[in-house]
Design a protein around this ligand. Structure first.
Ligand code: FAD
Length: 669
């Protein structure tokens, strides 16, 4: 290594939501990581704000959903406002914001800056990874020949350190009107300043020192103008179109007589455009206002012409005869909507793109921050697992196959939704060119399931045993060699409501040892471990008890095979058990030791065996019924470190489960 050079396992460019999620995984999994951002500070107000219920489940798996839940505004109802026959806007419908019972969380809103704060705190708690601000990549080389060498650092990046002035661009508050903070400098209506920053840094030579970093993996989370994407060049372009919709955003404390200002509203006026109302934390309300559109393919609105006053006047026209004004504006911005997806999400599964760097779309369904974070939530554990020697590099190919599909679905959804939102409302049933109220409502109802994130359903792959791989008998030796290794097929019929490819759902269960009720999903922590969930069935029945003991005998060699001998038995694959007998009829010692492992100096693990029974204070979770599992016979479920279900089978199907793990995990010494 040349003097001044350093090596790092993972280099993350960009510390927005996608970059911070990636860094959080690395912090949890103990991976040597650097994360850099060209800006001098994190976001303090504005920008993205909607958090879907699946995102909250993910935050909970990292241990900070409670902070979001407490600080955020909870959105319970959507009100649809449409013009009546006289053209006056009226509330035409109310629907639940989150579809009831699809998650233990509902949609909430809290500005992006707080979300970034929670990530930063979490990283600090678990690692020494810190965001290096005022640092940006200046050049990058990649030696593709070394891509398959696990010990190689095939990526070389020169980093440029910026001065205070460069990393903190001026905000145009004084020229564009009174607001604590405007977001135009981050908006896609502002020109990208990457080249200018590099040029200025090169000229002063002071703080602008350079260093070279060699990395095993690089993740480009550097937003819509992505520098990393541009370096990758041909084959990585965004495909799609820049729409002619321009949206203004105002975060204000509204002074109004509009009755639903504390509800999420979609307001569609007869001829003065549409407004979306998002009630926020701290008395704030966000208004998304569709501004006058440009001609398709025409010039963008001039940035300096857009002011909070202009955006407000647009909203006033849509919402009249109701009055709307404000004295306090917390943040505002405007941006033009592009609906585009990157052609490729990874180069030789060494350099990855995530978040806005590979997909952009409208803000209407509050998806930007959520889908971006979920990209790196999908990717982080895979890279960490490959680096720490748990996973085969083949797993990395599933990032693009899983996330590109989601990005494409998102753009398709956004196309439909934008047309309905931005189109002219129908005057009556005969007005076929207009958007009918029922069409609008249906789009909201259907859109809600997609937007919740809960509907994500990954296709069959080596980590999703969905389409029934080769079903061979285990040879009993537990050794899986080349030609015996197939993808475990499992048997999805044994858990009718646990869908392979989807996230493991949650029902209330009780801890066998202390009777406390918990949402079962809460035990699927994001710590890099796979999980085998043993639905032990009715353990009081002697034959079932014997089956469970037999199961433990065959699971032990499986878990040992993938766990380094120096590590605890549950450090790579954790086993959680849920039985269906009465809690009082069972002791934890009825279960084999593998299901309640012993740690020297700590004794038995009391947080691994759960029961589906009535609680003293919080009712009966009826988990077996919810999961669609037979209460007598039970079943086995394997979940990936991100909580997505990879395999479902019977208690006697361990051979098949072995084949599933054998398809992507590395045998340990
Ligand atoms: P970003 O949040 O854009 O983060 C990228 C990071 O990379 C930034 O911190 C940036 O400083 C850094 N960076 C960029 N280039 C470089 C470089 N060359 N070197 C080093 N660092 C670099 N979504 C919603 O859901 N609701 C909204 O209301 C909403 N409003 C928005 C308003 C604006 C003005 C913008 C720009 C976006 C808005 N979005 C909204 C979209 C949402 O913010 C994004 O989808 C989300 O932030 C994407 O996260 P990300 O981490 O991929 O990218």
């Amino acid at each position: 290594m040349a003097p001044g050079d350093s090596e790092v396992d993972v280099l993350i460019v960009g510390a927005g939501p996608a970059g911070l999620m990636a860094a959080t995984w690395m912090a949890r999994c103990g991976i040597k990581t650097r994360i850099i951002d060209k800006r001098g500070t994190k976001i303090f107000s504005g920008q993205a704000d909607g958090l879907q219920c699946r995102t909250l489940e993910i935050f909970d798996s990292f241990g900070f959903a409670d902070r979001v839940w407490k600080e955020s505004n909870h959105m319970l109802e959507i009100c649809l406002w449409n013009p009546d026959s006289e053209g006056r806007i009226r509330r035409s419908d109310r629907i639940p914001d989150t579809i009831p019972f699809i998650s233990r969380f509902q949609q909430v809103v809290l500005h992006q800056g707080r979300i970034e704060r929670f990530f930063l705190d979490s990283m600090k708690k678990h690692s020494d990874i810190r965001v290096e601000r005022g640092v940006m990549p200046q050049s990058m080389t990649f030696d593709e020949n070394k891509a398959e060498d696990p010990a190689a650092y095939p990526i070389e990046v020169t980093l440029q350190h910026l001065t205070e002035a460069e990393m903190n661009p001026d905000q145009s508050t004084s020229t564009n009107g009174a607001a604590k903070s405007d977001g135009l400098f981050r908006s896609n209506m502002a020109a990208d300043d990457t080249e200018e920053l590099l040029q200025r840094a090169a000229n002063h030579g002071l703080v602008g020192s350079r260093e070279t970093v060699k990395a095993k993996y690089l993740i480009g989370c550097d937003g819509a103008h992505s520098w990393v994407r541009r370096q990758l060049g041909q084959g990585f372009e965004l495909e799609g179109e820049q729409t002619d919709y321009i949206w203004g955003v105002l975060d204000i404390i509204p002074i109004t007589d509009f009755p639903d200002i504390r509800m999420r509203c979609a307001i569609h006026s007869a001829s003065s455009g549409s407004v979306m109302v998002i009630p926020r934390e701290n008395k704030l309300v966000r208004l998304y206002i569709q501004m006058t559109t440009t001609e398709k393919g025409g010039d963008k609105l001039d940035r300096s012409n857009i002011t909070p006053k202009l955006i407000l006047e647009s909203a006033q026209r849509t919402m009249k005869p109701y009055k709307l004004d404000y004295e306090y504006c917390d943040w505002w911005t405007a941006y033009q909507i592009g609906q585009r997806v990157g052609k490729s999400f990874s180069k030789s599964t060494r350099i990855f793109l995530a978040g806005d760097a590979v997909h952009t779309h409208s803000p209407k369904a509050g998806q930007g921050m959520n889908v971006s974070m979920q990209d790196t939530y999908n990717l982080g554990w895979k890279i960490a697992g490959v680096i720490n020697g748990t996973l085969d590099r083949k797993v990395l190919g599933t990032y693009e196959s899983e996330r590109k599909m989601i990005a494409e679905q998102l753009i398709e959804f956004d196309h439909k939704f934008s047309r309905l939102f931005s189109g002219r409302p129908a005057k009556d049933v005969a007005d076929e060119a207009g958007i009918s109220m029922s069409e609008f409502k249906e789009a909201f109802v259907k859109g809600n399931l997609f937007a919740s994130g809960v509907a994500v359903d990954y296709d069959a792959s080596l980590i999703v045993a969905k389409d029934g791989g080769p079903k061979e008998q285990s040879d009993g030796t537990g050794v899986l060699n080349g030609d015996k290794r197939g993808r475990g097929a499992g048997n999805k019929e044994l858990a009718t409501n646990i869908k392979i490819g989807q996230r493991f759902p949650s029902y209330q269960v009780l801890n066998q040892a202390d009777a406390r009720p918990w949402p079962f999903q809460q035990f699927l922590k994001s710590d890099g471990r796979f999980r085998i969930i043993v639905f032990a069935g009715n353990i009081v029945s002697p034959s079932q008890k014997s089956l469970v003991h037999q199961l433990a005998k065959s699971l032990e060699p499986l878990t040992k095979r993938y766990t380094p001998s120096s590590k605890p038995i549950d450090s790579r694959i954790e086993i959680l058990t849920l039985h269906s007998s009465k809690r009082h009829d069972v002791e934890i010692f009825d279960f084999p030791e593998l299901l309640r492992p012993w740690t020297e100096g700590e004794g038995w693990d009391y947080w691994k065996i759960f029961v589906d029974d009535e609680s003293y204070h919080e009712g009966d979770g009826r988990a077996y019924e919810g999961y669609g599992v037979d209460k007598e016979k039970g079943c086995l479920v394997a979940a990936r470190p991100d909580g997505y279900v990879g395999w479902v089978g019977g208690l006697e199907d361990v051979g098949d489960l072995e084949r599933w793990f054998g398809g992507f995990m590395k045998v340990q010494e």
